[in-house]
Design a protein around this ligand. Structure first.
Ligand SMILES: *Cc1c(COP(=O)(O)O)cnc(C)c1O
Length: 425
């Protein structure tokens, strides 16, 4: 084994350090496997109940009328996320697009959007108009208000109550930390917040940005009253096989609105050819619970490796997980860069290129991104992003298999070690 690792560039010191860390993680990994088992059964049951058949994988073109594969897949998603309906489409280009549809489809001029989990994910700033942008909700007269989480990462219920106004039409809750070093919210916490909001005003639409959270727990936010649950297919639910796409699962009323926005008023869900992606959508969803488990093991391993080396990690090494993202704060840009170089060097694709910080659309500073992915930009595949600004934290996620996630972390450590940025005791 060690020779195989050495052939990939891992030194004996890094190998031994890693094995020592791993020997303490057996119980954690067992819990992760048990959640994957439960969620695998949930997915199989949903596919059986919707009578998924070989015809569901057939391609459609043109308008895409009567696309049985597409309609059945949407039924499967609705079942898994405990919602009345779902939109799951290759025409939804990414998570940001899915969220933009969910917001713009259900908000009208004069309505207010209230985020109760603090600042939303970076790319949503332009969607909402927090940072001015063409076509933002702000341009259409939709206002925005925000309640930050308390210092311990929990909801600020007093402030939420005070922020709910007659024009508040929708509440947004972001499950995952995104590019922040706050804790990720559990599904139970999200459910409590939804119940609190609904108790004040039952008509407020509660939307959860579910990116990176799918299949991490046994429950999804739809089970606890979310009106819309939104995510990307090149993250958890695509299982690494979906080549693109996004989903919105929710109440029939919300999903109809979203469909009219995505395609056209009047056409809605009836149109939208599948271009032959259906098998990858179904098969990726089938694999998603175990792929998510692999990514989670990688995240737990990374947390423990870097915590022991003295870096701040969120979540910490022993904390329960609610998404697949691991934040590691290096405090200096070289750490972020070396980490990303290691992730890149461990990839099956593009392992020979060196990632560099660069300006990216949607972000307000240079970002370094490491990914050697089969699907471009896929972050359920092993990948790391680091905005080059204080506190110089790297956000690591993914890994279609646990051995690959493990190699990636070991390689990141190798790069830091070679540059003299860490000492291995
Ligand atoms: C990734 C992510 C998004 C945006 O998804 P893209 O597919 O990158 O557009 C939104 N919110 C959160 C919390 C995310 O992690």
């Amino acid at each position: 084994m060690i020779q195989m690792y050495e052939s990939l560039g891992i030194s004996r010191e890094v190998y031994e350090y890693s094995e020592k860390i791993l020997s303490g993680l057996k119980d954690r990994f067992q819990t992760i496997d048990e959640t994957a088992e439960y969620n695998q059964l949930k997915v199989i049951k949903a596919m059986q109940d919707a009578r998924v058949s070989a015809e569901c994988f057939e391609t459609s073109s043109g308008y895409g009328y009567n696309d049985r594969g597409r309609d059945t897949l949407e039924e499967v998603y609705a079942n898994i996320f405990h919602t009345e309906a779902a939109l799951v489409r290759p025409q939804i280009t990414c998570g940001t697009h899915a969220l933009a549809i969910a917001l713009s489809a259900n908000l009208r001029p004069g309505d207010e959007l209230l985020s109760i989990s603090g600042k939303p994910y970076d790319t949503l700033e332009e969607v909402i108009g927090i940072r001015p942008s063409r076509g933002s909700l702000a341009e259409y007269g939709v206002t925005y208000a925000q309640v930050d989480l308390l210092p311990d990462g929990s909801f600020d219920y007093d402030a939420i109550r005070a922020a709910i106004k007659p024009q508040t039409k929708m509440v947004e809750i972001q499950r995952s930390k995104g590019y922040q070093t706050r804790p990720t919210l559990s599904v139970t916490q999200i459910g409590e917040a939804i119940a609190f909001v609904k108790n004040i005003r039952p008509d407020i639409i509660c939307m959860v940005d579910n990116c990176y959270g799918e299949f991490v727990e046994k429950k999804e936010p739809g089970e606890l009253g979310a009106d819309m649950v939104v995510g990307s297919l090149i993250k958890n639910p695509g299982g690494g096989l979906a080549p693109a796409g996004g989903y919105i699962a929710g109440t029939l009323a919300c999903i109809e609105q979203c469909a009219f926005r995505l395609t056209s008023p009047g056409l809605g869900r009836e149109v939208g050819a599948n271009f032959g992606v259906m098998q990858s959508f179904y098969q990726g969803l089938f694999l998603a619970p175990t792929v998510t488990a692999a990514a989670l093991k990688g995240a737990v391993f990374a947390a423990n490796v870097y915590e022991k080396l003295g870096f701040a990690v969120v979540p910490d090494g022993s904390e329960e997980r609610h998404d697949i993202i691991q934040a590691i704060t290096f405090g200096f840009p070289e750490g972020v860069i070396a980490f990303c170089e290691g992730i890149q060097a461990a990839a099956p694709v593009d392992s020979y290129v060196t990632p560099e910080p660069w300006a990216m659309p949607g972000y307000d500073c240079d970002v370094i991104m490491a990914a050697g992915a089969f699907v471009q930009g896929s972050s359920i595949e092993l990948s790391a992003d680091g905005p080059i600004k204080p506190p110089y934290a790297v956000y690591f996620q993914g890994g279609l298999t646990w051995p690959h996630a493990k190699l990636g972390i070991m390689m990141s450590l190798q790069k830091l070690y070679e540059k003299g940025l860490v000492k291995l005791a």
